[in-house]
Design a protein. Structure first.
Length: 265
């Protein structure tokens, strides 16, 4: 781990409860995320991890609790508000445009940054060099830097659907990075990967955190990965928080051991 400086609390989740009909997905969950840290959310299947991310990025509206981002407190935000405030998200199930190239998929992450309106983009200057053209060139240059950073240059023009799964996951990360997020929510970025692909993705996550200073909230099932790359870990089980602390503290927490291993004391 680098000797990075962890900052003040950037995201504070307080007493979040979420239910669907009679089913409680989350019960009174509180934790915070500090600037520049890698914060993991772990737990067995069905623990409520993805539901928690969905509350943070505005997909779900919790019945109770609040979320404070950079000092502003919200009961509920919509997904666009969240994105405009600097929170980006990848999803467990890839939501890429399979027929579009790697470059064009990552370009979709720049939509919020585009200042020229849809009309000026639709009716382009036939002689080039209008405002929309200049802006698109600048946006493409930014996207090319992400492609270089993620080491996917040979695949720039390849339709995403033709790429191996591990590279598709990298493109998904690139699209989120194109939004220049302050906080990046990663929902199982290594699911379905082999050991080598996991090592590559771990390296990219640490590089994003280190070089860009991006705060990362990560859901991951691979405990080895979580313990290696996280600064702090919060543990959920059946929608309740059962542990919170450094990887070592969580590793030695009896409630966590019981939830994962089924150990009875």
């Amino acid at each position: 781990m680098s000797t990075k400086k962890i900052g003040e609390v950037i995201l504070d989740v307080q007493n979040i409860s979420l239910g669907f009909g009679g089913v409680k997905a989350l019960t009174d969950i509180s934790f915070n995320v500090r600037e520049h840290e890698v914060r993991a959310i772990i737990g067995p299947n069905g623990a409520g991890k993805s539901s928690m991310l969905n509350c943070i990025n505005g997909v779900y509206a919790p019945q109770q609790g609040s979320i404070t981002f950079r000092g502003q407190t919200f009961k509920h935000m919509n997904s666009r508000q969240v994105a405009e405030m600097g929170v980006a998200r990848t999803f467990q199930n890839l939501a890429l445009f399979k027929g579009m190239s790697v470059l064009d998929n990552i370009m979709t992450g720049r939509n919020l940054k585009m200042k020229s309106g849809l009309l000026s983009q639709a009716f382009r200057n036939p002689f080039g060099w209008g405002g929309a053209e200049k802006e698109e060139i600048a946006q493409r240059e930014f996207v090319e830097q992400i492609i270089d950073f993620l080491e996917i240059q040979p695949h720039r023009k390849t339709p995403v659907g033709q790429l191996p799964y591990g590279l598709q996951k990298r493109v998904d990360l690139g699209r989120a990075l194109a939004m220049e997020p302050q906080v990046l929510l990663l929902d199982e970025p290594m699911a379905g990967m082999n050991v080598e692909e996991k090592q590559d993705m771990s390296r990219f996550i640490l590089d994003v955190n280190d070089e860009f200073g991006t705060t990362i909230v990560l859901i991951e099932h691979d405990m080895g990965v979580v313990m290696d790359i996280s600064d702090r870990v919060v543990v959920l089980d059946y929608g309740k928080k059962i542990g919170d602390g450094t990887p070592d503290e969580v590793r030695n927490n009896e409630d966590v051991i019981r939830a994962y291993l089924g150990v009875e004391h």
